[in-house]
Design a protein around this ligand. Structure first.
Ligand code: S3P
Ligand code: PEP
Length: 433
């Protein structure tokens, strides 16, 4: 499905965007290997997180949905069943990498594959350390790509330096570490999202986190069991980001986004927008299941200034960088994003996708190997762009379309449903033409 979005007069209203994708994945994965029944409220029902539910059902976990709640009947740390067929991981890197960590400690055999995008994404980053822990794993192209085969077994704890600051790799090794013979330690020079650590703590795992001059460290000691949890998943900051950007860019706009997760490992985009001079405010600050949550009030901000984004800031805004680049086209000065080479191995090469699309609609931008340089205060003429079948690219360009002169048509825009199935309806409901 292609979609054309045209100029808006203003964006106004109150919205609760869908629930956090990272926390939703983890809520099903961790409760699947707990002892007992977990109850999940506000589980994200989108492409990627429904893949997770499907995969854990195929691994023998009973997951029921009733009156909007998900009940996950955990099978214990080593209780997953050998799947009868290849596990299909769809478009989801998180499901794949975290599940590889879980499977490494199970006495079963499994094969995993995914869609055209997922089969191009790097897996050695997780397969190599899992091998070092003692799992039998291999995959296409010398273990770099899906399909991957894994036979779990006895694992040893390792010390791992998470150079790429990948939360998926960290989480996979922590999940494997639950079934290891001794302590697993992860060291991160820059801290990646810590939802796995927070949830493991809440479920009674023996886990310690600390900061020192080398960065952030997690120590996980093997466990006999995890306790089930009751969890209410907050709204996803990566989804809220689109409407915050819309309110900031479109004249006369004001929007209130409810119940948004503002974990400091996730809210870098909002902090960076504030640094640019955007009118954004957190209100009703509170804690929900060990995670910080707030409502976000965002208003039209005509005096944005260019910024530079450094490598150490990247993890806290990794999925919002395409959108940040588009906002930067309206800031005074030149915005430089560096140290973001990880963007090249997401659902699409997000550096190339942003640069090619911006050029298509008459906007000047310079591509760097690890980022880009965006000139500010540019007119957005409009035209046709490609989503590259990447949800974040489709949604980011839909927002830029709101300030375009002739509108922007997005090819294959329906991929938004990977993280945000209601995106276009929500957008439509807030636009004043
Ligand atoms: O752990 C997670 O839930 C995620 C971690 C990030 O990926 P990496 O671990 O590859 O950095 C992020 O881009 C992805 O959308 C979700
Ligand atoms: C990179 C993303 O997800 P995943 O790695 O789970 O496919 C994303 O949602 O932007």
């Amino acid at each position: 499905m292609d979609k054309k979005i045209t100029k808006a007069k203003s964006i106004k209203g109150t919205l609760r965007v869908p629930s956090d994708k990272s926390i939703s994945h983890r809520s099903v994965i961790l409760s699947s290997i707990s002892d007992g029944t977990s109850i999940i409220k506000n589980y994200l029902k989108a492409g990627d997180t429904l893949t997770t539910v499907d995969v854990y059902r195929k691994l023998g976990v009973k997951i029921d949905e009733e009156k909007g709640l998900f009940f996950v009947h955990g099978v214990g740390l080593k209780g997953l069943k050998e799947p009868e067929d290849v596990l299909y991981m769809g478009n989801s890197g998180t499901t794949t990498r975290l599940t590889l960590g879980v499977l490494a400690g199970q006495n079963i055999f499994a094969t995993l594959t995914g869609d055209n995008s997922l089969r191009k994404r790097p897996m050695k980053r997780v397969l190599l350390p899992l091998k070092n822990m003692g799992a039998n794993v291999d995959g296409r192209n010398k273990g770099e790509f899906l399909p991957v085969a894994i036979r779990g077994g006895s694992l040893r704890g390792i010390e791992f330096f998470n150079e790429k600051a990948s939360a998926q790799v960290k989480s996979a090794l922590l999940l494997a570490g639950l079934n290891a013979n001794r302590k697993t330690t992860i060291i991160e020079p820059v801290m990646s999202r810590d939802h796995t650590e927070r949830m493991l703590k809440a479920m009674g795992a023996n886990i310690k986190t600390e900061f020192d001059e080398g960065g952030y460290r997690v120590h996980l000691f093997p466990s006999d069991k995890l306790n089930p949890i009751d969890i209410d998943v907050p709204a996803d900051p990566s989804s809220a980001a689109f409407f915050v950007a819309a309110a900031v860019l479109v004249p006369n706009s004001e929007i209130l986004l409810k119940d948004v997760l503002i974990n400091p490992t996730r809210d870098g985009f909002f902090r960076k927008l504030k640094e640019m001079g955007a009118n954004i405010e957190y209100t009703n600050h509170r804690e929900q299941n060990g995670e910080p949550v707030a409502d976000i009030l965002a208003k039209y901000s005509p005096d944005l200034k260019a910024i530079s984004v450094e490598k150490r800031e990247i993890p806290s805004m990794i999925d919002e960088l395409p959108l940040l680049a588009l906002v930067a086209t309206q800031a005074e000065g030149e915005t430089v994003i560096k140290g973001a080479e990880e963007l090249r191995v997401k659902e699409s090469d997000r550096i190339k996708a942003v640069v090619e699309n911006l050029k298509q609609i008459g906007v000047k931008v310079e591509e760097l190997p690890d980022g880009m340089i965006i000139k500010g205060k540019q007119k957005i003429k409009g035209g046709i762009v490609d989503s590259f079948h990447d949800h974040r690219i489709a949604m980011a360009f839909s927002i830029l379309a709101l300030i375009s002169e002739e509108g922007i048509e997005i090819k294959n825009a329906d991929c938004a449903s990977i993280s945000y199935p209601e995106f276009y309806q929500h957008l439509e409901s807030l636009i004043e033409k």
